[in-house]
Design a protein around this ligand. Sequence first.
Ligand code: TYD
Ligand code: MG
Length: 449
Amino acid sequence: MKEKTTFYCSACGYETSRWQGQCPSCRAWNTLVEAPAAPKAVEKARPIRRAMPRKLTELDDRDELRFSTGIRELDRVLGGGAVRGSIVLFGGAPGIGKSTLLLQACAGMSPGESILYVTGEESERQLKMRAQRLSVTREDLHVLAGTDINDVIAAIEDLSPDIVIIDSVQTVYDPSLNTAPGSVGQVKQCAMEIMQLAKSSGFTAFVVGHVNKEGAIAGPKVLEHMVDCVLYFEGDGSLSYRILRAEKNRFGSTNEIGVFEMCREGLREVPNPSEVMLAGRPAGVPGTCVACVMEGSRPILAEVQALLTPTVFTGARRTSNGFDYNRLYLLLAVLEKRGGMNVNACDAYMNVVGGLTLDEPAADLAACLAIASSFRDVPLPDKLAAVGEVGLTGEIRSVQALDQRLSEIARLGFSQCVIPARIRGELKAPKGLELIYVKTLREAVEKTL
Ligand code: TYD
Ligand code: MG
């Protein structure tokens, strides 16, 4: 008899018994993939009760819940260390450094923790070589080079480790499902089994997940719903810098980022990201301006570059990298209408140097000044930064945490900063930093270009 199959939507996890071109739930096209249906249970006896409700006041609240991974930037993104018993999903493009980071974390974790590292991608020898290169030596680090989920579960039961690392979830498979490893059903099933085990035995799991070409973790979206924390490791392929950010965190904020540099000896933490983001900044050229954004509790400076060229064909081109595309459209419209610049006749390209994504309106003013500078082909002063939100009427609006931003700008040796006029008198300029107060975008352009 042919086995009955079901289909999963790889975008939202919707289950259906028949294939359709469009997912009825999330309306995405071509996302339904086949997975075998779980065998129907026959006349099940009521299972033994395992979970009991308890009073909130009686629940355990001992505070050794968090532990350090030994890597400060990773601890920061996790919200001050990893939470015991939690499941952390690590996403990132191949070769970005996920395995390297986790192996280094193995070395950094306190000696009392026993660790099981399941590697489905590399052989024992390869892992050993990598560990030697990273100078990771640890007695209680056990390595399992296998991909069968039953082996993984048996190893966890044998060793009862404190920490389990699965590298990667797409390589482990459950032989009782007759689909290929990495398929949606397999990933979902294996992740579910690991999760249930983690919740019952209390180990912390770090699970690596590949990303597909759209940049999302390959496999069902439900994977991200199931885990406690989703971290993405990103970076510009051509640069050695890597940024770790939290997409979801049940135990902390999702604003913090961790910055690393990939070098010969593995990943090195970068405690001063602004310096990295501004390294190699060109001097005296039009189309660049420095912005300051808050990444969680830290202010970080970044260079925004813009290039405007006359449109050759009908319909101006706009592309942006590291800056919201729709926001770029909006700022160009404000510059056209309120700034008196005919940017609609130009193709506009925008890029944020260093792989950072500026998703804070505080970067608007710097973006507009970079565009205006390229449009007029006049450079801004080298030691100038700009902070402020641009409103639709061309007004410059105030932003939060301005004093922290100004200190960082001054610390990096800038001598001038354009800021919203509204906060005049409310804060003291850091030593050596001249504040240029502006009410409107037009005024900002006039005072700086
Ligand atoms: P890796 O951690 O294997 O990436 P992932 O697990 O995300 O696929 O990182 C591989 C890349 O990192 C590879 O291009 C080589 C580079 N690398 C270094 O530059 N230095 C090192 O010490 C290590 C271990 C890797
Ligand atoms: Mg790897």
